[in-house]
Design a protein around this ligand. Structure first.
Ligand code: DX5
Ligand code: ZN
Length: 221
């Protein structure tokens, strides 16, 4: 059976009860906790800062998977690493010196991820695979939870899977946006092994059941 990682996004959680919301997905069987950081510039909303990562860190032992949707992420990664992030993902579109930024993340003791917007070609990552622990394929345009999966991204996932396998890379292939029981089989079959799910977990009454359903569908592919 395929081993999959389910990473609920706390973007769709109740921010007034974040400790409770984190514990609920932790006890509900999630693998990673996905944290969406937005700066109001790269994407319109402003969401979570390193102070919030520091505040939630004591409430779960699960991997904190921090997705930086910010400009100049190289100026932020140290603060998020110190706050307790385990994985830090930056966007290719805002990193002129992407290789350096990924190496910086690793030097801080974190796993280094790189994200691609739906319109950014997979080939832009070909020359940084040696310092990439995770590719995060956006399957919606970043900025908001609850959007619909863009099916044109499925071919990009297949292309990225092939690129990683050809290079002998063990990097995770993460898919973020519109992942739900309706879409996760398509995403898993295309070669993803990690799945962000915001509304498909937090907008349901039973987080454990939602995580189990997503896991079951992704694993059987
Ligand atoms: C969007 C964020 C996603 C978002 C996913 O910019 O990166 O992580 O929370 O939400 P859903 O799963 O509802 O599409
Ligand atoms: Zn995200």
């Amino acid at each position: 059976m395929k081993k999959v990682i389910i990473a609920p996004s706390i973007l769709s959680a109740d921010f007034a009860n974040l400790e409770k919301e984190i514990k609920a997905i932790d006890e509900g069987g999630c693998d990673w906790v996905h944290v969406d950081v937005m700066d109001g510039t790269f994407v319109p909303p402003i969401t979570i800062g390193d102070n919030i990562v520091k505040a939630i860190r004591p409430h779960t032992q699960k991997i904190l998977d921090v997705h930086l949707m910010v400009e100049h992420p190289e100026t932020q990664v140290e603060a998020f690493a110190q706050a307790g992030a385990d994985m830090i993902t930056v966007h290719q579109e805002v990193c002129v010196h992407l290789e350096r930024t990924l190496q910086l993340i690793r030097s801080l003791g974190c796993k280094a991820g790189v994200a691609l917007c739906p319109s950014t070609p997979v080939s832009t990552l070909q020359n940084v695979l040696h310092c990439t622990d995770l590719i995060l394929m956006m399957s919606v345009n970043p900025g908001y939870g609850g959007q619909s999966y863009i099916h044109a991204v499925t071919d990009k996932i297949k292309e990225a899977r092939k690129m990683l396998d050809t290079a002998g890379s063990k990097a995770h292939l993460h898919v973020d946006g519109g992942v739900s029981p309706k879409t996760i089989e398509e995403v898993s079959a295309a070669g993803a092994d990690c799945f962000v799910a915001g509304s498909a977990v937090y907008n349901t009454p039973d987080y454990a059941a939602a995580i189990a359903e997503l896991r079951g569908l992704a694993e059987k592919v």
